[in-house]
Design a protein around this ligand. Structure first.
Ligand SMILES: [Mg+2]
Length: 230
């Protein structure tokens, strides 16, 4: 049974890496901010801005490069040229990429699932997704790498989930998908006909949704699949 994973904050600790990148940008260029912000305020707003503009990219409303520029212009001014915005984003990106690391449960989980067809479904661009998987040494574990540029649209749209299932040669009902967001990952996968599993790493709520299976660590996944006869 094919098993698909989300990438950011499921396999790779995106949040910690993004925080390192945002801090590097803040510390080097805080004097250029349109509005003065404390470090904590900057970090909180950086994450919010990233989510918002990335969602626009995943929905096909702007290009990958454009979402990067919009995030920078939120903080450093709408009048920035593309080149200036790209240069500032580059400060963030260098530190963000240096921060890429797997969660400690990932390799143990993937090892336990050896022999299964594994894939990733990401709202990122293909080049960025491959770059992350290669940098962390897990790219060749996945037979399917489904991204927004391949599917034409991102999660929570059912199209991207079904495209991944089709590439794995399986119907949606016979596929499992695991991700860290209850809505755009687990529930969206359920709506597309897959079995959605919510990876609730931070124990955000005692129980997210009775329809969705919930795990707190990827170490729980192989047993969950075995118990269900998957
Ligand atoms: Mg995620």
């Amino acid at each position: 049974m094919p098993i698909f994973f989300d990438v950011d904050d499921t396999l790779i600790d995106h949040h910690s890496a993004a925080e390192k990148g945002a801090l590097a940008l803040y510390r080097r260029h805080m004097a250029r901010l349109s509005v003065a912000l404390s470090e904590d305020e900057f970090l909180a707003r950086w994450h919010e801005s990233a989510e918002r503009h990335f969602a626009a990219f995943a929905a096909g409303e702007c290009s990958y490069q454009e979402q990067r520029r919009r995030r920078i212009r939120d903080f450093f001014g709408a009048e920035l040229s593309d080149a200036e915005a790209d240069a500032l984003f580059g400060v963030y990106l260098a530190e963000y990429e240096r921060g890429w690391a797997l969660f400690p449960d990932v390799l143990l989980c993937l090892d336990a699932l050896q022999g299964e067809t594994l894939g990733v479904i990401s709202n990122n661009a293909t080049s960025a997704t491959l770059g992350k998987l290669q940098a962390t040494g897990i790219a060749r574990r996945f037979a399917v790498i489904m991204t927004v540029d391949v599917a034409g649209v991102g999660k929570p749209d059912p199209v991207i989930f079904r495209a991944a299932c089709a590439q794995a040669g399986a119907v949606a009902a016979h596929c499992v998908y695991v991700g860290d967001k209850l809505d755009t990952d687990a529930l969206a996968a359920q709506r597309a006909g897959l079995q959605g599993v919510w990876l609730n790493r931070r124990a955000e709520r005692p129980q997210g949704d009775p329809q969705v299976l919930e795990i707190r660590s990827l170490l729980e996944l192989p047993k969950l699949l075995r118990n269900r006869g998957w």
